[in-house]
Design a protein around this ligand. Structure first.
Ligand code: C2O
Ligand code: CU
Length: 542
């Protein structure tokens, strides 16, 4: 095992996209940020130096941080932010991770530009569970806002209760691509040699929309997701939510020419304003340059509201279940949780004005609670037994009278900083129930500190009696960010064997901004090796 040392300096730097130059927050001046590379079994020590004018924290999305929540990163959940001029050292021990994960800022909307790939190769000397690719290419999907200062977006939205500003472009490796103004020459280009196999590590750092993704004339072989392997399957397109990573093999089996790689939104038909543009990269054989005789071909992408296409794709996920990657689905469940997740409208008060529709303000909630950041991080308050920072009475079920998928229900959301406390080693089933309170929407729900098995999902209200009979307990996919279908539900299972304070939230940033967050506290186990480590000395204070 090797220890990798890195310094990540947060600083502002001018970048030009869509004919517009603006200062954005970066790591070491790079956008997207540097790719971290390590082998399973390695450790990373990342010294984050904040030379920007904003508070910052970093999160290692998909890294489990076993017994070490202090390095997880969500602000006011596991740490206070690193203030301008200060620094903090994150420690990541890659004991179970293997595949493509990523890292991103976890304060305000800074992750729009502060993000990068995090590649974990199999243990030194171990093979991939698929034919060895000739090359590997990370593809980071992102979003770009013209003019607007991204750091103002969440503040404005939560002050006014209105919809946050929508982006002006999607990007592939930081480039909007061929179809946007002023972007053609910089379109990201993948050069391939006929006959070779490429591993594309596709990461969605997009803030607010799920995307369909495809490559013209090429079928993709999906081999992994969220840094966990899947049984291989072929698909002509992908659906990837914010927060997810999908590994695909691309066989360069076409004629020497140029093909478009393209992505555009998959969004709820009710989704208000969203960015309807298409980002592209170019797949170029043998360096054949673009000319009139090899016209670029766009791939087929399902229409933006085609939920059926999204479901058809994600229903194919299955755990690999090889001897090196066994399936360990909890079968006896002792803790059952049902979380209704919804976007709502809320009445306003003097300090909370109403600039949303119908004279109300947007909010979102989990079981009726719209999460509010505490004044110091929950982890420290829990560890030091500081009272008054959070309450332990987060509801384990939604309010009784609630018909999740009915039409436009009035739904009185309350603000709160509440947690669910889980005993060490409890086996948990969490059903995430989408709602139609304001409008149905897709919610990519991410759990920190864990991976979970996605044992079932469906449309309508979850039925406690009938739906569990249809669960897949044989080879359900193991994931860290799962898309909950619009007006539907998803059931996940995990064993709470990682003590700490762990955030569960929607990875659509506007939903998280409105309060779609929940927190688990997992108690320490009985032995020294099942207790969380002590806080580091350089832990920032609020
Ligand atoms: Cu990708 Cu809470 O994060
Ligand atoms: Cu959401």
């Amino acid at each position: 095992a090797k220890i990798h040392h890195h310094t990540f300096t947060i600083k502002s730097k001018a970048y030009t996209r869509l004919c517009d130059t603006k200062n954005i927050l970066t790591v070491n001046g790079e956008y997207p940020g540097p790719a971290l590379k390590a082998y399973r079994g390695d450790k990373l020590v990342v010294n984050v130096v904040n030379n920007a004018n904003y508070n910052i924290t970093l999160h290692w999305h998909g890294a489990r941080q076993i017994m070490n929540p202090w390095s997880d990163g969500p602000e006011y959940v596991t740490q206070c932010p690193i203030r301008p001029g200060e620094s903090y050292v994150y420690r990541i021990d890659l004991t179970v991770e293997e595949g493509t994960i990523w890292w991103h800022a976890h304060s305000q909307w800074a992750r729009a530009t502060i993000h990068g790939a995090f590649i974990v190769y199999p243990k030194r000397g171990s093979p991939y569970p698929f034919p060895k690719p000739h090359h590997e290419i990370p593809l980071i999907l992102g979003e770009w806002w013209n003019k607007k200062n991204i750091m103002d977006i969440p503040g404005n939205a939560s002050k006014s209760g209105s919809e946050p500003a929508i982006s002006d472009a999607y990007t592939i490796n930081g480039q909007p691509g061929y179809l946007y103004p002023c972007s053609k020459p910089d379109t990201f280009t993948i050069t391939v040699v006929p006959g070779r196999r490429y591993l594309l590590r596709i990461i969605s750092a997009v803030m607010d929309e799920e995307l369909f993704f495809a490559i013209a004339n090429h079928t993709l072989t999906v081999v992994g997701k969220d840094g966990l392997y899947l049984k291989h399957f072929k698909s002509n397109y992908l659906m990837i939510t914010p927060g997810q990573s999908i590994d695909v093999l691309l066989h360069a089996n076409q004629r020497s020419s140029n093909y478009f790689v393209a992505a555009r939104a998959y969004s709820s038909p009710f989704g208000a304003g969203f960015d309807k543009t298409t980002t592209t990269a170019i797949l170029q054989y043998n360096g054949v340059s673009l000319n009139r005789r090899n016209q670029l071909v766009l791939p087929y992408l399902p229409p933006y509201n085609r939920t059926e296409a999204s479901t058809r794709f994600t229903n194919q996920f299955r755990s690999l279940g090889s001897s090196n990657h066994p399936v360990k689905v909890p079968v006896k469940i002792d803790t059952r949780l049902l979380y209704a997740i919804s976007v709502n409208l809320m009445n306003c008060s003097d300090d909370k004005p109403c600039n949303g529709p119908f004279g109300k303000r947007f909010s979102s909630s989990v079981n009726n609670i719209s999460f509010v950041n505490p004044s110091i991080d929950i982890l420290r308050a829990y560890y030091r037994r500081t009272r008054g920072v959070f309450q332990e009475d987060f509801p384990r079920n939604p309010p009784k009278e609630f018909n999740y998928t009915g039409e436009n229900l009035p739904f009185p959301t309350r603000f709160g900083t509440k947690v669910v406390v889980l005993d060490y080693n409890s086996s948990v089933e969490l059903v995430l129930q989408g709602t139609n309170v304001l409008a149905s929407d897709n919610h990519p729900i991410h759990l920190h500190g864990y991976s979970f098995y996605v044992v079932g999902s469906g449309f309508g209200n979850f039925d406690r009696r009938k739906d569990p009979l249809k669960y897949n307990l044989v080879d359900p996919p193991e994931e860290t960010t799962v898309g909950v279908p619009p007006n539907g539900w998803t059931a996940v299972r995990f064993v709470a064997n990682n003590p700490g304070v762990w955030l569960l939230h929607c990875h659509i940033e506007r939903h998280a901004t409105w309060g779609m967050n929940a927190v688990f506290i997992v108690k320490d186990g009985p032995t020294k090796s099942s207790r969380m480590v002590k806080p580091p000395r350089d832990l920032p204070s609020c």
